[in-house]
Design a protein around this ligand. Structure first.
Ligand SMILES: [Mg+2]
Length: 357
């Protein structure tokens, strides 16, 4: 901790933020969209940033799609984004194998969806599992012996809506019985905005299941680990201090940004209040650029941490508490979600908890 305080985005510091950043890195679930629904103001905000000459990069832990599939999703939502501007944890997992010279004759078993399989195929690896094993059942009976492929050299675990007993047994046997078999987690998010109305179990629970059966910890390739940053730096050649990571989770997005030495910007659109979103960034930036009149409540919706390390939690909590008191902000009435921050284990690890008020 260096005592640096996170700040709320204001008309004044938004201009400073814009001037000091060459590339904005965006999380997707809860920042760009919720499920298939685009969050208000996103296209305008992205257009505005591009018009200022900013590079836009999309860094998502959601491994269900490949970069190609994400590019299609962006286009279907009316946002022109190129495949090479997207850095997904599915891509990251395939790249991890590639940079570590994973033998081509070995196979990869996948607990996850199409995104991982597609990225593995594009990288030239042979994969099995994934959706194909989604409907497989196991009948536990006497003399039942589960066979697995001894040539599997890596197991990748990501978000999987169709995780089942079969897949867990397969992954477990590969990790426990195949010598040197890698255990790779795309990410360990507890939950994700897989639909527009609520959060759903994230890859973290699938990874935890395999940790439980193998008693091993995985290599994690998604946020908050910075493995992907090497690819990003290689492509954009922009120093991380001139990048800003925009996300809705402290324990993945903001920590990733800070681990990499980026500036960070927390949006609350991941909470269930659509009015508190990236749209506000647009409003603030529009004000800076065009001097449009603004309602002042709008500037209290984003927190910036200039520090290369995360801000002290007590200060963040204080800010959240101040946010709640602002007019029209973070309503705490019955049924609304209010943010709380608590420490988890080590002092440097944080989790944003959504608790009903
Ligand atoms: Mg998110």
């Amino acid at each position: 901790m260096n005592g640096e305080v996170s700040r709320l985005l204001s008309v004044e510091n938004a201009k400073e933020l814009l001037d000091s950043v060459d590339a904005f890195l965006f999380d997707c679930d809860g920042v760009i969209w919720k499920g298939e629904k685009l969050i208000d103001g996103v296209p305008e905000t992205l257009d505005l940033l591009r018009s200022h000459g900013k590079k836009l990069v999309f860094v998502t832990n959601n491994s269900t799609k490949s970069r190609k599939q994400y590019a299609k999703k962006f286009h279907s939502l009316g946002i022109p984004v190129n495949e090479d501007e997207i850095f997904s944890s599915s891509f990251s997992a395939a790249m991890y194998l590639k940079v570590n010279d994973f033998p081509r004759e070995k196979k990869v078993y996948v607990i996850g969806e199409e995104g991982i399989l597609e990225e593995l195929e594009q990288a030239g690896f042979t994969a099995l599992g994934g959706p194909a094993d989604g409907k497989k059942n196991i009948e536990l009976k006497s003399n039942c012996l589960f066979e697995h492929d001894k040539s599997v050299g890596a197991v990748i675990v990501g978000l999987d809506q169709y995780i089942n007993f079969y897949k867990l047994q397969y992954a477990t046997l590969c990790i426990r019985e195949n010598p040197g078999c890698l255990f790779i987690a795309t990410n360990r998010d507890a939950v994700g905005h897989l639909t527009d109305l609520q959060e759903w179990p994230g890859a973290g629970c699938m990874v935890a299941a395999v940790c439980g059966t193998t008693q091993k910890e995985p290599i994690t390739v998604g946020k908050p680990l910075t493995f992907l940053m090497d690819f990003l730096l290689q492509k954009y050649k922009i120093t991380t201090s001139r990048m800003c990571m925009v996300g809705d989770r402290l324990d993945t997005d903001i920590l990733f940004g800070q681990n990499a030495g980026c500036r960070t910007l927390l949006v609350f659109s991941g909470l269930r209040m659509s009015s508190i979103s990236l749209f506000i960034l647009l409003k603030v930036l529009a004000h800076v650029q065009f001097c449009h009149p603004l309602h002042f409540w709008s500037i209290h919706t984003l927190a910036i941490s200039k520090s290369s390390r995360i801000c002290p939690l007590t200060k963040f909590q204080h800010e959240v508490s101040e946010l709640r008191q602002g007019p029209g902000l973070l309503p705490t009435g019955k049924g609304n979600i209010r943010p709380e921050v608590k420490t988890e284990g080590k002092a440097e690890q944080f989790q944003l908890v959504h608790a009903k008020s």
